[in-house]
Design a binder for this molecule. Sequence first.
Ligand code: 5AD
Ligand code: SF4
Length: 365
Amino acid sequence: MPLKVSEILESELYTKENLVTLLNASLEDSELIFAKAAEIKEKFVGSKVFFRGLIELSNICSKNCYYCGIRRGNKSPVRYIVSEPEVLEAAHYALDNGFGSMVMQSGERIDKRFIGYVEALLKKIKILSGGRLGITLSMGEQTEETYRRWFEAGAHRYLLRIETSNRELYYKIHPQDARHNYDQRLEALALLRKVGYNVGSGVMIGLPFQTSEDLAEDLLFFKEQDIDMAGMGPYIEHADTPLFKFRDLLIPKEERLLLSLKMVALLRITMKDVNIAATTAMQTLAKDGREKALRAGANIIMPNLTPLKYREGYLLYENKPGTNEQVEDSIRNLENQIHAAGCLVGYGEWGDSKHFAKRKYDSKV
Ligand code: 5AD
Ligand code: SF4
């Protein structure tokens, strides 16, 4: 007889089978999961939420992921790269508003020019902030040398989502060629750890063909990889992508949001002291999606500081919010949402993953 939700939470036995039961929990039982996650969050990371000012640096991408609106094969978006003065202006904004950190995210490019541009930006942000701004990068798979160069230039966290830990599903949502290789992605995660980054990963939730078993495996994968941070969100279909033809297989958006919130809560429960982002994709499915994610266990929010003129170009999925929102408005909204969720903003702090600090400490003693 499988255990009931309350029994699993009581026993704290998070086996694959039990995680599947939790992922399939009813709306009512989900509240038990969220309550447990809130308790663990308070105990292990506290009630502070950290802002990371997000710059979507460029939508130029050399890859062709089947789900993504800015994939190379999509001819619709006007391709852009944010200029250096614009990035530095955003860095100033982050600093002036007490954000402890920035995140620079971009389509994947491995050419020298791009690598050099990112390196130069990192150095300038470090100089202009007197080292006060922490920097996270999310620029896909790169060589060890590139990861090292960027690390030495000042980036100290890196997000690389595995997208799904199920190898077969990975190849259903990516082209089968040398640039989209599951093992290479695993290798990249190992390199990031070796170089010394706080390492983040994540998955999309509610993909066509994805099962609760897959999501349970994803949670076990994060644990096995001993990740420091996570960014997860619902998969949202985009009409200009190959995966759109499977839209009839998707679970309804409300369920997809609930499932995503359960994933956040279960990651908080199973890994306790990691940083978890309340992602924009959550907000796409419900106006208060990020607030819900905070209540479910997330502790990081990434207000978008990309200049408005570029926002339309970074539509990874449909109805992505914030394309015509003024930064100041969205920050005020966010602060209200954070307070409504019973949390505080950790102004001026990097807010690094406690998990990372612990694993560094443990490796020294
Ligand atoms: N729905 C949700 N998330 C998406 N991403 C890309 N396309 C989509 C989509 N259609 C996410 C991927 C990627 C990150 C930059 O955006 O997880 O890692
Ligand atoms: Fe490029 Fe990332 Fe989109 Fe894949 S998900 S096409 S790597 S931007």
